[in-house]
Design a protein around this ligand. Structure first.
Ligand SMILES: [Zn+2]
Length: 177
């Protein structure tokens, strides 16, 4: 693929004005699979802690495999919009899909629970205040329930009193962007 081909694809990306919610992303995925049943398949890959199903969209059948997933940081929804467009483009553009030679596995939202906690700012207004009031960033380190991680923390910088005071709730909100 030439660089001009990439630019041509970028020119086709719609001028999205808002971010899609978890439910909107899912509805769009299912519309895509209904419209392109020969090239698009939806596969369940698990559930969130709140019980939300997590799906991957399998597109194409090339010899190489590519896995792309969005929203590991649920306050960064631009990745889901990228996969929203890429999934549409790969499904409808037979020549592109076949020239790339991949079987694609796209997960538009790997953290539905955290994403839902951000949705109050997804439709704007896109101001610092509205974002600051409504965004959610998960703690950097959430121990699995029942697992005692205290021994692992003893030798880490987090065990120093100053660090503990700075991040008493385990959140990294201050550093999120
Ligand atoms: Zn990130």
């Amino acid at each position: 693929m030439k660089f001009d081909d990439v630019l041509a694809i970028l020119n086709d990306v719609p001028d999205y004005q808002v971010f899609l919610t978890v439910d909107e992303l899912k509805a769009s995925t299912h519309r895509l699979a209904n419209r392109y049943p020969n090239s698009v398949e939806i596969l369940p890959i698990g559930h969130s802690r709140q019980g939300d199903p997590i799906e991957t969209i399998k597109i194409g059948n090339g010899p190489r495999q590519a896995l792309l997933f969005a929203m590991p940081h649920p306050n960064e929804p631009i990745g889901s919009m990228m996969l929203e467009y890429l999934s549409l483009r790969l499904a409808e553009d037979d020549a592109l899909r076949e020239s790339l030679g991949y079987t694609w596995y796209l997960v538009k939202c790997i953290d539905p629970d955290g994403t839902r906690l951000n949705e109050d700012w997804f439709k704007g207004p896109f101001s610092l205040e509205n974002y600051a009031r409504h965004y959610y960033r998960p703690p950097a380190c959430l121990p699995a329930s029942g697992v005692d991680l205290s021994h692992r923390l003893q030798d880490s910088p987090l065990s120093r009193p100053a660090a503990r005071n700075a991040g008493a709730d385990g959140s990294d909100r201050a550093g999120a962007a």
